[in-house]
Design a protein around this ligand. Structure first.
Ligand code: NDP
Ligand code: GDR
Length: 329
């Protein structure tokens, strides 16, 4: 039997950790791209947290350096490639528009080119985003909804998305793009609003912090769990025919509501702690996202399995445990 070999860029991020765990549990040999950091002590913290650090092989390289990708693919010879690496924080993309364009946009073409040259038979997944809908053109967004990016991040993702479609159509590559709506977990980066809220709720509950500063509380997102969404990535690559899929829960919730749920979970009232700081507002906002994942339900048999209430509970509890132990992630 031939061994399933997966190569993940972005393996040290939230989705990389959940996908690596999922694939290791399925018996894959899992390889990942690791960019060099001066903070070697925090490298792969998420892979350690989820329990697969010693079960994956990490390779030194960078998505912006195609020579490193070519070298690694030549060594690893993967059957599946998941391109998850990106400058993924939307707000930073206004501060670093060119870097975001390079990493989140152009470097996806590096990965596609490296796969086309070294292992064109490998199946390819591109991490596309609901941010591409931006200034929404339809109240509920599906694969046929027109895109209208509202940030340098979204514009870069749109380029990567269309390059994936183009490589599928031009070279017959098994290249699929998952248009994933926001998905969160205890491994979410601390700067994203959900984790910022659950970390603050835990700190406030433990008496280590008094207030939480936020931006636009009226923004609405379709929030799911990263564990469910990374499974959808794998399902896309198991199909005979590559395609693009929206992955979403179908429920949209405001930042205010998310916040209220998190504070209520520990018996606190958000109105006693939340302050608005304009520095967290964006140059252009995506007011509301609400996904329709019917195609994924019908063709992949995929469904979001975690409710928002379960997600909030899991995240708050994980942060309470962490901060009681004085851990930082
Ligand atoms: P994270 O920000 O948690 O992870 C990003 C990953 O990219 C990290 O492993 C990071 O490495 C890596 N990376 C960044 N720049 C480079 C580079 N130049 N070379 C190599 N690696 C690099 O993102 P998520 O896990 O949340 O998201 C995964 C992907 O899915 C991203 O592309 C994101 O844009 C996209 N996405 C995410 C959604 C979400 O709600 N989470 C929704 C839709 C799309 P390091 O650890 O060294 O920083
Ligand atoms: P988003 O996630 O931009 O949707 O991108 P984020 O959690 O950063 O923002 C969600 C919404 O919350 C509002 N908001 C705040 N956001 C942050 N970060 N901090 C705050 O204090 C705050 N207050 C209010 C924002 O204005 C926004 O409307 C995420 C990333 O994972 C992308 O990589 C991914 O593509 C999309 O989700 C889908």
């Amino acid at each position: 039997m031939t061994e399933n070999i997966a190569f993940l860029t972005g393996i040290t991020g939230q989705d990389g950790a959940y996908l690596a765990k999922f694939l290791v549990d399925k018996g894959y040999a899992v390889h990942g791209l690791l960019r060099r950091s001066a903070s070697a002590d925090v490298i792969a913290t998420r892979l350690k947290w989820i329990g697969v650090y010693d079960k994956v092989t990490l390779h030194d390289g960078n998505l912006t350096d195609i020579s490193s990708l070519i070298r690694i693919l030549s060594d690893v010879r993967p059957s599946e490639v998941y391109n998850l690496a990106a400058q993924s924080f939307v707000k930073s993309s206004w501060q670093q528009p060119l870097l975001t364009g390079h990493v989140t946009g152009l470097a996806a073409a590096n990965m596609l080119e490296a796969v086309r040259i070294i292992c064109p038979e490998a199946r390819f997944y591109q991490a596309s985003s609901s941010e591409m809908y931006g200034l929404i053109q339809e109240p509920v967004q599906s694969e046929t909804t027109p895109f209208y990016p509202r940030s340098p991040y979204a514009a870069a993702k749109l380029y990567a998305h269309w390059m994936t479609v183009n490589y599928r159509e031009s070279f017959g590559m098994h290249a699929s793009s998952g248009i994933l709506f926001n998905h969160e977990s205890p491994l979410r980066g601390i700067e994203f609003v959900t984790r910022k809220i659950t970390a603050a709720v835990a700190q406030i509950k433990l008496g280590k912090q008094k207030t939480l500063s936020l931006g636009n509380l009226d923004a609405k997102r379709d929030w799911g769990h990263a564990r469910d969404y990374t499974k959808a990535m794998w399902l896309m690559l198991q199909q005979d025919v590559p395609d693009d899929y929206v992955i979403a829960t179908g429920r949209t919730t405001s930042v205010r509501e998310f916040c209220s749920l998190a504070f209520s979970h520990v018996g606190l009232n958000m109105d006693d702690h939340v302050v608005i700081d304009p520095k967290y507002l964006r140059a252009a906002e995506v007011d509301v996202l609400h996904g329709d994942a019917s195609k994924a339900h019908a063709r992949l048999g995929w469904k979001s399995e975690t409710t928002l209430e379960q997600l909030v509970t899991e995240m708050v509890e994980a942060d309470l445990t962490r901060f009681k132990l004085h851990e930082h992630l």
